[in-house]
Design a protein around this ligand. Structure first.
Ligand code: KMT
Ligand code: NI
Length: 184
């Protein structure tokens, strides 16, 4: 996993768009973006470790998503488009990368800058409820990930707009940020 500020230059979303400015793990933590590295070993010990995190954080359920043309079929193009539209969810978006790679872009508060997080196999990323974000594949054009969730998946994307700004999960996310990053 590497996190850095997105360069905001036009061009293919699947390119790195690396401004060269690294984002520290401390800043991600302040934004409530959590991650662990659990290397995928041939013996399968990773699965036990995933189970431990899942137990600690009450992620009771999971499934696997294969973001490829084969995996998503007819909805491939539309899904990729939706993933890259700025949105939030009313629950955490938790992904453990099994193969391939991709970029999660999350909005920094209070600057509104995009922070780009490159995820690769063994990365477990928790995008908090209420944070504006988007996702794209990188040039590998494929990612396979385990999606963890608490009870029922709440994967409805709420597109960024004035109404979504007032969503209780958005308000709650902002109000729980430490004062060093919050707007107030
Ligand atoms: C999402 O909801 O944005 C995704 O599931 C992205 C693909 S999983 C790495
Ligand atoms: Ni999302």
């Amino acid at each position: 996993m590497r996190a850095y500020y997105f360069d905001n230059l036009p061009g293919d979303q699947r390119l790195a768009h690396d401004s060269g400015k690294t984002v520290s793990p401390e800043l991600l933590k302040k934004l409530n973006v959590l991650y662990w590295t659990i290397p995928i070993d041939e013996e399968g010990a990773w699965e036990g470790k995933i189970n431990e995190v899942a137990k600690e954080r009450s992620y009771k359920n999971r499934d696997t998503i294969n973001v490829t043309k084969e995996g998503l079929g007819d909805s491939y193009e539309s899904k990729l488009k939706t993933f890259f539209e700025e949105h939030l969810h009313e629950d955490e978006e938790i992904r453990y990368i099994l193969s391939g790679a991709g970029f999660f872009d999350v909005r920094e508060t209070p600057t509104d800058a995009w922070i780009r997080i490159h995820v690769t196999p063994g990365d477990l990323l928790v995008v908090p409820a209420g944070i504006y974000h988007r996702f794209t594949l990188d040039e590998l054009n494929a990612v396979k990930a385990i999606r963890l969730f608490k009870e029922e998946p709440k994967w409805i994307p709420h597109t960024r707009n004035e109404e979504t700004d007032k969503n209780p999960y958005r308000v709650d996310y902002l109000s729980n940020l430490p004062s060093s990053v919050s707007v107030a």
